[in-house]
Design a protein around this ligand. Structure first.
Ligand SMILES: NC(=O)c1ccc[n+]([C@@H]2O[C@H](COP(=O)([O-])OP(=O)(O)OC[C@H]3O[C@@H](n4cnc5c(N)ncnc54)[C@H](O)[C@@H]3O)[C@@H](O)[C@H]2O)c1
Ligand SMILES: O=C(O)C(=O)C[C@]1(C(=O)O)C=C[C@@H](O)C=C1
Length: 307
């Protein structure tokens, strides 16, 4: 595959940045890939496992000559990180991000984008419950969606180039409006994470009462909840604070449905329960028939082993 950018800078060397690094290397998509991490320990690990061609101690050195800068930090700090690098970004460069929320990130980042620099927000719909520089793997984005949110008036060329990069990393790319993105993701990702966190919290409380039985006999369904509930606390705290309105809207609807199911159980309304579960089963089957059940393989546990 052809090189798309001469120099790419990755800021925040965790799961997504490290997966992008290995995916870009796999496809030969970038000339040089530089990186910056905030902590000494992460920079040391990155150097040790060969994550990035050069890892800089200074964030501005990492971005200075970059044609593409990718902000891979929690959504709550995207704005301040952009403010830190604003003076070092070269004219004509593109800045993008991978944050799980789009409206708030755009509102916080845009004011710091210098004249002549393009900002195109982005979000790969792919991840795992793991984080940090060792957790990435080249296949993470294969056959997954990546949503791009170019602010209105963005020139078409930088968008086309960024699209090619994500396609080169294995993704299917679509453009979407920021508010629509945040509502869709509140349904498909944010609310489900909160529900998983809650369910595991409830089981933990109960576990204390029943002396560990909940954990000992946890069935497959609950284990899936615990995987999701093991996701990074900083990342998810920021997601909920940044996508407050859409998440609250979906949680309101969720609570209404939950109360209706609760009432059906209390009243012995088996028909209601059966109809409801029949409807939800059809949704799962529809996803599988459409070939969209692209579950991530069990990669990402051993650092750069899969480069
Ligand atoms: N994990 C997922 O499943 C997933 C999927 C898609 C998108 N995202 C988004 O990608 C972004 C990164 O997530 P990740 O899973 O790679 O997280 P991660 O925790 O693995 O990595 C984030 C990195 O950012 C660094 N960081 C935090 N604050 C910083 C600051 N002020 N300055 C510089 N670096 C800072 C952290 O030290 C860490 O190394 C988030 O915005 C998240 O919403 C995550
Ligand atoms: O598979 C997982 O572990 C994920 O939670 C990945 C997941 C998701 O909800 O699908 C999480 C957050 C993102 O912004 C995108 C993807």
């Amino acid at each position: 595959m052809a090189k798309i950018y001469d120099r790419v800078a990755l800021i925040g060397l965790g799961l997504i940045a490290s997966s992008m690094f290995w995916a870009m290397k796999r496809g030969g998509l970038a000339g040089e890939i530089t990186g910056y991490a905030r902590s000494d320990e992460t920079r040391r690990t990155a150097r040790e496992i060969g994550l990035c061609d050069v890892v800089y101690d200074d964030i501005n050195d990492a971005v200075r000559d970059a044609d593409l800068i990718v902000l891979c930090v929690p959504v709550g700090v995207m704005g301040e990180v952009m403010a830190q690098i604003a003076d070092a970004v070269k004219p004509g460069a593109t800045v993008t991000d991978v944050g799980s929320v789009k409206r708030d990130v755009i509102d916080k980042v845009m004011p710091h984008i210098p004249e002549g620099v393009h900002f195109i927000a982005g979000h790969p719909l792919a991840g795992t419950e793991h984080s940090g520089p060792r957790s990435g793997f080249a296949e993470l984005f294969d056959n997954r969606w990546c949503l791009l949110v170019p602010p209105s008036g963005t020139a078409p060329e930088p968008v086309a180039k960024l699209r090619s990069l994500w396609e080169g990393m294995g993704s299917n790319v679509e453009e979407m409006d920021a508010d629509h993105h945040d509502l869709v993701l509140a349904v498909t990702s944010h609310a489900p994470h909160l529900i998983a966190y809650t369910m595991v919290g409830v089981a933990d409380d109960l576990g204390r009462v029943t002396d560990g039985e909940v954990i000992k006999y946890s069935a497959a369904g609950f284990r899936d909840f615990t995987r999701i509930a093991a996701s990074d606390p900083t990342m998810w705290r920021d997601v909920f604070l940044s996508n407050k309105d859409a998440t609250l809207e979906i949680l309101g609807r969720f609570t209404e449905e939950l109360f209706a199911l609760q009432r059906a159980i209390r009243q012995g309304d088996g028909a209601h329960l059966h109809d409801y579960f029949t409807r939800t089963r059809a949704i799962r089957r529809g996803i599988i028939e459409a070939g969209q059940d692209t579950e991530a393989p069990d990669f990402g546990r051993g650092g750069n082993a899969r480069k």
